[in-house]
Design a protein around this ligand. Structure first.
Ligand SMILES: [Zn+2]
Length: 99
């Protein structure tokens, strides 16, 4: 990728700091940085979600309760059907951790 500022070729780098996350992107010797748009979007979505109180609905399939997660969560954490998550019980409820 070419730098818009100085025209030099940019170097693909992993683990560039973006907010409090590390994502991939392109760095130029002039100091210009381009972030991987897909990863940057996820970070922005995560930051947005952190400020919100998310609601989810419980459903039931046969005898099992299922937790329906908001779509934004699915995208922010790249969750997919069939994936395993970890559940941690805490004093005030439980926490679902994307593995
Ligand atoms: Zn540059």
């Amino acid at each position: 990728m070419k730098c818009n500022k100085c025209g030099k070729m940019m170097k693909y780098s992993k683990g560039i700091k973006f907010n409090e996350y590390s994502i991939d992107g392109w760095k130029c010797s002039c100091g210009e940085i381009y972030y991987d748009p897909e990863q940057a979007q996820k970070v922005l979505l995560l930051n947005k979600l952190k400020k919100e109180v998310l609601k989810a609905k419980l459903g039931k399939i046969r005898s099992n309760l299922i937790l329906r997660l908001p779509r934004d969560l699915e995208h922010a954490f790249s969750l997919e059907k069939g994936e395993n998550v970890t559940i941690k019980v805490e004093d005030d409820g439980f926490r679902v951790v994307a593995a």
